[in-house]
Design a protein around this ligand. Sequence first.
Ligand SMILES: [Ca+2]
Length: 226
Amino acid sequence: MKLILKPGGLVLLAVVLLGLTAIVVSRFQPSGAALAKGSAGSTVASKNSTATPTGMGREVLVNGGFESEFAPYVGVKASDAVDISGNIGAGWKDNSGWASLDLRYDKDTQNPHSGQSSQKMTVSRKRSGHAQLTQLLEVPAGTKLSATVWIRTNTTTGNQDIDLWLRDKDDVAKVYGRQIATATTQWQPFTVSGTVTEKTPAVFMVLVTSPDITVWIDDASVKIVP
Ligand SMILES: [Ca+2]
């Protein structure tokens, strides 16, 4: 009797294993896909950072230097009023699909702050909303974060059209930190810090609020601090 059932048992075991594998894959995919948008390297880095949840001084951003591959913009556009195109650094994601503006992302190699490249954002014809470059931060509630990012613009005088945010991914009212960056044509570092209070992922956001501006971003960093 046992000999007759054995092949059936093996088939059942295989089905169960396949089912478990499907569940594990489906659970990991959303955060990985949201972070990487087609970059396998960033997905792996994201999982690695999740595997070590604590550690003072640990870098939680992926590809802050914009030296990894750039990938074509892929996102949901809420209406025809938004036109987003170009290439975004691996690990980063646009969140401007709900706005009414023209926005182009480019890999820039002319004048990076360090390395070989920086992220260029060109905003034009903005009528509502903001251009938003974001990256999810997989850290537990209670984590204090300190963010730094180097920014320059095409404007000759300092402007206040760039907003740095640390906030909850879903709840726009849960703002952990905010700093307005007065950027110029020269590379300058800007910082923002805050403590994560929610269990949902946090997000680091560079908001470009000007209706007509070009911004370059490089050497971003978000670290866990005491
Ligand atoms: Ca760089």
